[in-house]
Design a protein around this ligand. Structure first.
Ligand SMILES: Cc1cc2nc3c(=O)[nH]c(=O)nc-3n(C[C@H](O)[C@H](O)[C@H](O)COP(=O)(O)O)c2cc1C
Length: 385
């Protein structure tokens, strides 16, 4: 039929399908590790795994539905360009992978499969310091693709342990260091308590120092999260690496200003996918305030709750320069390893491209608040200023 196109997969036509099919294949412990958040999961993201949880509220995803798109017609959309820049490198579209730990729980392809999928689609990837593959091996998968990589750091008390991960990432050619700022302690993830979650045998955490017992890191005091971290620490990172230093987990406009003053190269608006402090606002609700506070001085990237191409568009319209997804890499792996991750990226690309075309914009930089209206309490649409 004219214009119908071909489906990319016989079962999975959107990310909601991917989640459903992936969760059928994953173990209960893995499904709940991926989908879960902290406490009642008010902030957490939607998943078809929700029958496993009692929380009715899924703010990170729900906030996207509080906006409506405002398309314009007759705009000559024969040449739509969805490319965008991340860490100084061009990306196929404004989406990359946020760091998520322990990919080995989802599939044997683990982070290496995610890296190959990202490379094949031309999008960036940030590796978790709790990855089950080394940054060298991850970067090697994309060596001829030109995609950029970043290394995330869960900052611990021992500076030498932090430097171990930083040096490895630099040597591997990572462009940016993502310092996770919302992790003074681990969030209270009840599913992990209930399932006695642990890193499966056979998996290792190679980006942490080799002498760390990663199955019981808190037994080793030097691996305790750095609860003493303040803005001065940003300069320590800047002095100790040539990589760009990005701060992940900025939600408050005042913190965004302090991040700029502290010398951060960029920030990521993130609430850790609802896995740290439950009951805080969704990332999309926090985004405009942060964007206004930064006022274009450094790039503002975004993650949390993105499940559709329209979600990417809405985050950009509210001022994000680039978007990331966390759980989708794991659900892609759970569905079909590397191929499942490629499928996820392909679907999101198709949806984002279709959104740009039908809204009537040909360049990512032209996406703005004028493309959105917010649904007011009485159901009416309020155009954004
Ligand atoms: C299973 C899992 C593991 C994660 N591990 C890390 C991590 O090691 N470091 C970190 O900064 N964020 C981590 N995150 C948070 C993600 O980087 C990201 O902020 C979040 O997943 C975005 O929300 P989304 O899953 O709705 O896309 C993790 C998230 C999940 C779901």
């Amino acid at each position: 039929m004219a214009g119908r196109g071909n489906a990319r997969d016989p079962h999975v036509f959107c990310i909601a399908d991917l989640i459903e099919h992936s969760e059928k294949r994953l173990s209960k412990m893995a499904s709940e590790y991926i989908a879960g958040g902290a406490m009642d999961m008010i902030t957490r993201v939607v998943s078809l795994c929700s029958h496993l949880f009692s929380s009715p509220v899924k703010d990170n995803c729900a906030e996207f539905d509080r906006y409506r798109l405002l398309p314009r017609v007759m705009k000559d959309v024969r040449n739509v360009d969805p490319t965008a820049e991340c860490w100084g490198v061009k990306s196929t579209f404004p989406l990359g992978f946020s760091p998520t730990g322990i990919h080995g729980v989802a599939h044997k392809d683990k982070e290496l499969g995610v890296s190959r999928a990202a490379a094949s689609q031309g999008v960036p990837m940030c590796l978790s310091s709790w990855a089950t593959s080394s940054i060298e091996d991850v970067v090697a998968q994309g060596v001829n693709s030109g995609i950029p990589y970043a290394m995330q750091l869960s900052v611990v008390e021992d500076p030498d342990a932090n430097l171990f991960t930083i040096r490895k990432a630099e040597a591997a050619g990572a462009k940016a260091l993502w310092v996770t700022c919302d992790l003074p302690i681990l969030g209270r993830r009840l599913n992990e308590f209930k399932n006695s979650f642990s890193i499966p045998e056979g998996l290792t955490i190679p980006n942490l120092p080799p002498d760390v017992d990663f199955r019981a890191p808190t037994k080793n005091s030097r691996m305790g999260y750095d609860r003493g971290m303040t803005w001065e620490k940003v300069q320590w990172f800047k002095k100790n690496t040539k990589m760009q230093v990005w701060l992940k987990g900025i939600m408050d406009p005042e913190d965004a200003k302090l991040a700029v003053e502290a010398g951060a190269d960029g920030i990521i608006v993130s609430n850790h996918g609802g896995r740290q402090l439950d009951g805080i606002s969704s990332t999309l609700a926090a985004l405009p305030g942060v964007v206004d506070a930064v006022a274009g001085r450094i790039p503002v990237h975004f993650d949390g709750g993105i499940r559709r191409g329209t979600d990417i568009f809405k985050a950009l319209a509210l001022g994000a320069d680039f978007c990331f997804v966390g759980r989708i890499a794991l659900w892609g792996l759970g569905y079909n390893g590397e191929e499942g991750v490629k499928l996820a990226l392909g679907l999101l690309y198709d949806e984002f491209f279709a959104t740009m075309t039908m809204v009537g914009v040909t360049s990512v930089k032209d996406i703005g608040r004028h493309h959105l209206a917010r649904i007011a309490a009485d159901g009416s649409l309020v155009r954004l200023k």
